[in-house]
Every structure is written in C-alpha cells, then in structure tokens.
Design a binder for this molecule. Structure first.
Ligand code: OXK
Ligand code: ADP
Ligand code: MG
Length: 581
C-alpha cells in the first residue's frame, strides 16, 4: 500500500517513495482500490490532473498503456472488459479527454461490455458556477445517459466504496460502462494511512450467477421439444459468458443447428458440422423455434420480423440476463431470464434424451456445404486487381493454420466479407464493430486483444475505417505488440472510383496514392505493400512468424466494394434521382 506525507501534486516517483508512510492520498487510495479489484492494466492518455496516476501505477509494476487519443484507449478498455470479464479501465484528463473517452464508454454500454471510464475533473465550485475553470465541464451529469451509472468521489474515505460500486455496476446483470469522476483536489488530499487502508475492500461475488426459475425452464423445454426446425442463435453475450463447453454440449446433445452473430463466431467453431452460418438466410427463414442465447432482436436481426424471418411468426426462447430485453421487439414465447451458463445448463439437464431434429439438421448442413463450396470458387478466382474475395480468401487460408489468432475487423466491405469468409475456430477470437457498427474500434481493440490475451492479433480494416484510429500504430510499435494490421485499401469509402459530377474530389474518395505501409515504417514497424493474394499470404505468414508489429497495405480494386456493404438497405437515397443536385 503506497503512502505519502503531504499533499503535494506532481512529485516524482522517488520523492513519493521516500516519504513517510504515515499518510496516504487520493492517488494511492485510488490505485490501491483498483488493485484490490484485480485491475492491473489501465488504458488511457495522461495530462492534468491525472498524470501522476500513470507514473505511480507503473512504479508499482502495473501496466499503463498510453494512447494517442482517448477514444482508442476507451475502445481498448471496453474490449479488455469483453475478453476478460473484468471491467476495462480507461483513464483520461478532464473535459476534452473525458469527451473523447465518452464515445467508447457509450459504445461499451451499448455492446454490454464492462468498462470504467475514470476522468479527472476540475474544481466543482468553479464548474458549478460556470466561471471558466481549466477544462471546465459538468462531467458527472454529461456522462449519465451514456452509461449504467455515473459516480463522483468527494471524500478520500469513499474511494474504496466508489471503486467497488463502479466494478459491481459494470459487471453485474447486463454488463456495461460506468463513469467515475475524480476531482483533481481529491487526488491531492491526504488521510492517515491506517484509516485509508481500513476504507478499502474487495467485493464478494461482483457478478453473481442468476438462475432461471424452474417454471421458465419447463416452459422453454416444452417449446423446444415441440419444434420441428429449431435453431440456436448465439450472440456476443454467449461469447462474453465464458461457458463455451456448456454451449457446445447443449448444441451437440440436442442436435440443433446453430448460427453465430459476428462476435459469437468461434464460441463453437464455424467448421462444426452443426454450424448453419453459411445457411443464414435459410435457417432464419425456415426455423420454427429460435433459441436466442445472448443475442438481442435489434437491427442486426431485423427486429425479429419481416422477410429476414421468412415473414412468419417464430416462437422465440430467449436467454438473457436483462429481464426487460424480453419482448423488446416481438413477443417472446419462453423467456429464460438468467445468466447464460445457468440457463444453458438447466436446459441441458431438462432436454436430456430429446429427439434430435436430424432431417432439419441435414437440410441445413447441405445448404451450408453448398454455400461454402460456391464461395470457395470465388475465393480462388484470380482477378487483375485483388478484390475482397481473393484477398480475404488468402488471409483465411493463412489463418486456418493459426486458429489461435485474434481477429479484429472493421470497415464496410472489409467487415462484411471478412465476417463471411474468415472462419473462427475458438471462442472470443473475433472483435468487431459491434452493435453500433463503429468505425475506429480497430487499433484500440487490437492493442487490448494483444495485451489481454498475449496472442497474435490480425486487424483487418478498410482504408476508411483505419483512418479513425490509424495513429495508434505508433502505440502498437511502442509496446512492440504482435499485431498485424491489414489495410484493405480500395482508395475510398465503399469504393475508390466514385466520380463527382462537378469534377471535384469525390466526397467518397481518398488519395489513391496513400501508403499506409510507409506510415508504419515511419513509426518503427514493418510496412509491406502487396497487390496479389500470393503476396498477401506471404506477408501475413512472415508477419505471424516474426510476431513484429506489421502493416500490410493490400491494394484492392477501387471498383470492388458496394455501398454500405451488406447493409445498403439501411441507407436512405434521394427519390429525386442519383446525382441530381
Ligand atoms: C456466411 N455465409 C457464408 C459463409 N458464412 N457462405 C459461405 N461460406 C461461409 N463460410 C453466407 C450467409 O449464409 C449469408 O448468405 C451471407 O454469407 C452473409 O452472411 P452474414 O453472416 O454476413 O450475414 P448477413 O446477412 O450479412 O447478416 C446481417 C447482419 C450483418 C446485419 C447481422 O450484415 C452484420 O453483422 N452487419 C454489420 C454491419 C455493420 O455494422 N457495418 C458497419 C458499416 S458502416 P445467405 O444467402 O444465407 O443470406 C457503413 O457501412 O454505411 O455507414 C455505413
Ligand atoms: P449480438 O450483437 O451478438 O446479437 P447483443 O449484444 O445484441 O449480441 O446481445 C447480447 C445480450 O447478451 C444482451 O442482451 C445482454 O444482456 C446479454 N448478456 C450478456 N452477458 C450475459 C450473461 N452472462 N448472461 C446472460 N445474458 C447476457
Ligand atoms: Mg475503402
């Protein structure tokens, strides 16, 4: 437990360490509390008033990962939360730094990832009277609508309880983001060390299991047993829950086909014989009972109705920890409110010996095999310039031999095609744009994936998406992380060949000569430019073997790519006519 003898801010680590141990202060109590909660990694960007936290945190032997923009540090923290089931911590300065971090906090909450954004804040008296303090902002209230809870600590003896409260709020029930406001003044205050120590504690069981009621289980079992064409739909809640073996056992014991949402790919391997990912339209349309496991019926599932679902009324069994997620879009026949592990195990017990829907499974697997065979042709068809199929086909073949690689994926066409083409073999090995379809999650997610798992990371980004967080390649090289960034460069948003009717630079185009590989070289990494699937495969192999930070600039045909990828239907177009101003 660290301690200091006065309230001086900005002292060196040596100065702090050489002081008397009679007193502790806000810096030390905050760090002690985080450590007590099992936190060792902080992602952030330092400055007034939190700089000293970074230094002292490192002096304790913990990790502080400094980013170039708080938003990316925030995405890293949220992904750390998703991967570890511990809240990811993002630390920022006040007002502008806080606001940059807030996008990530909001994204974490939307995605149900546990994260705590800790920001320093300016003097309350001045902020509240709007008298113009340095980085003045009412952060506590601004954060409220963007997270599960927004807390401020005003007294040193409350730091321990505030951190526990933040951790428990982030982790329990539906996970999400929490904001913790730390006034600058608090950090510098002092307290007798013994009193400080007594105020700290570790929470008991911060994410308690939540068992479904026996009635709810019986209801679900009846619905499932009555199904002719049941389907298990895995969402990222199923990834987060870390009960992979139970989910696999439920699938295998019941013989029900499954299909994963994007971040649930790999909970059970995409190559499993019961995987219906390659028969997605068929299984959604033709199934009669759908068992949702940690997946919401939001836009990604066409709200549970309409032609995506064959214009038929399905019976849904929905496993979710959040009671009011049930009936959010369509009536749910059999809600199973509880944690996924408990619900899945209750179903396993109650469904033991259930007749397997063999004919339906056969039909699904025939359709999936046919789709995979059809796709395989496209993946190996050469084109004058690389397209999304043959480039991603090359990446897929390399990754097949490295199934334990973490994949990060963002973009429009780069996202949709990679999701379809690249198989995931293991749980929680894919991080992508999530519920909001966020561009810019790439480099922050890649850093967290490397740091939290210690595995190789391949981040596949469209050239547009990469631009949002591209400067973090310096972060990747600085920490010498085993990250390979593949920029799918078609020179624009969606496509690179759009022409403006007035001969301006098209609003959808980027400089076609941009060399992202040279940017990587400039920050000390390896940068390679490739133009063929063979070169791409070779560069990726080399980079995975070396484990060195690498950026592969993959030149894609500017004419390859479609507007908004596979969600073009969501775009709104003028009824007056294309290009008619
Ligand atoms: C899947 N498929 C396959 C395979 N896997 N075929 C062969 N082999 C394999 N391995 C088939 C699958 O059966 C589907 O075909 C098709 O490929 C597409 O599959 P998938 O899983 O990608 O499904 P789909 O329909 O695209 O899913 C809908 C969706 C998804 C909404 C869940 O598109 C999605 O997650 N979108 C996120 C997009 C996003 O956030 N973009 C941000 C960009 S911002 P069929 O024949 O069975 O249907 C942007 O662009 O504009 O602002 C903008
Ligand atoms: P996807 O986008 O993959 O469909 P969503 O983010 O829409 O997934 O849904 C995830 C769901 O999982 C959320 O409704 C969330 O409440 C739920 N969830 C998260 N963790 C758990 C858990 N441990 N047990 C039960 N439900 C969970
Ligand atoms: Mg592009």
């Amino acid at each position: 437990m660290g301690a200091v003898s006065n309230n001086q801010v900005g002292a060196t680590v040596e100065e702090f360490q050489s002081r008397s141990t009679d007193l502790t202060d806000g810096f030390h109590l905050l760090m002690d509390a985080l450590e007590l909660n099992g936190i060792t990694n902080i992602y952030g960007l330092l400055g007034i008033p939190v700089t000293e936290i970074g230094r002292l945190w490192q002096a304790r032997g913990n990790n502080f990962f400094s980013f170039r923009n708080e938003q990316n540090a925030g995405y890293a923290a949220s992904v750390a939360g998703f991967l570890t089931r511990k809240p990811g911590i993002c630390l920022t300065v006040s007002a502008p730094g806080f606001l940059n971090g807030l996008s990530a906090l909001s994204n974490a909450t939307t995605n149900c990832f546990p994260m705590i954004l800790i920001s320093g804040s300016s003097e309350r008296e001045i902020v509240d009277l709007q008298q113009g303090d340095y980085e003045e902002m009412d952060q506590l209230n601004i954060a409220r609508p963007f997270c599960k809870a927004s807390f401020r600590v005003n007294r040193l003896q409350d730091i321990g309880i505030a951190v526990v409260r933040a951790v428990r709020t982030a982790l329990s029930g539906r996970p999400g983001g929490v904001y913790l406001d730390i006034p600058a003044r608090l950090l510098a205050q002092t307290l007798p060390a013994e009193e400080g120590k007594k105020s700290l504690f570790a929470p008991v069981d911060p994410a308690p299991a939540q068992l479904p009621s026996p009635e709810a289980v019986a209801r679900a079992v009846e619905v499932i047993k009555g199904a002719k064409k049941p389907l298990i739909l895995l969402g990222k809640g199923a990834s987060y829950a870390q009960c992979d073996a139970d989910i696999k056992a439920l699938i295998e014991e019941t013989g029900i086909p499954f299909t994963p949402m994007s971040m649930a790919k790999g909970v059970v391997s995409d190559t499993h014989p019961q995987c219906g990912a390659a028969a997605r339209s068929m299984v959604l349309q033709e199934s009669d009972v759908v068992i949702l496991v940690g997946a919401r019926l939001n836009w990604l599932l066409a709200h549970g109705k309409g032609k995506t679902w064959g214009n038929t009324t399905k019976k849904f069994v929905q496993i979710d920890i959040q009671a009011n997620e049930i009936d959010s879009n369509v009536p749910i026949t059999a809600p199973l409110v509880g944690d996924i592990g408990s619900c899945v195990n209750a179903l396993r017990v109650a469904l033991k010996g259930m007749a397997k829907p063999a004919e339906w499974l056969k039909a699904v697997s025939e359709k999936a095999s046919a789709s995979r065979a059809k796709l395989a042709v496209k993946l190996s068809t050469p084109t004058p310039m690389m397209n999304y199929f043959n480039s991603l086909g090359a990446i897929r073949d390399v990754l097949k031999a490295h199934p334990d690689t973490m994949v990060v994926n963002e973009g429009a066409n780069a996202l949709d095609n990679a999701r379809m083409i690249i198989d995931q073999y293991l749980p929680r090995h894919r991080v992508d744009t999530g519920t909001w379809g966020v561009m810019g999650i790439g480099m922050g997610s890649a850093v967290a994936a490397a740091v939290e798992t210690g595995k190789r990371v391949v981040a596949i980004s469209g050239d547009s998406a990469f631009g949002f967080s591209g400067m973090e390649i310096e972060t990747i090289t600085r920490y010498n992380l085993p990250v390979t960034v593949i920029v799918m460069n078609n020179g624009g948003v969606y496509r690179g060949d759009e022409i403006s009717p007035k001969h301006q630079i098209s609003c959808m185009q980027f400089n076609p000569n941009t060399r992202h590989d040279l940017l990587m070289q400039a920050v000390g990494g390896i940068g390679v430019r490739v133009t063929t699937p063979e070169e791409l495969a070779k560069a990726l192999e080399t980079s995975l073997a070396s484990g060195k930070p690498t950026l592969i600039e993959a030149i894609i045909d500017p004419a390859a790519g479609v507007e908004s990828g596979r969600i073009g239907n969501l775009n709104v177009v003028s009824q007056i006519g294309k290009n008619k101003a």
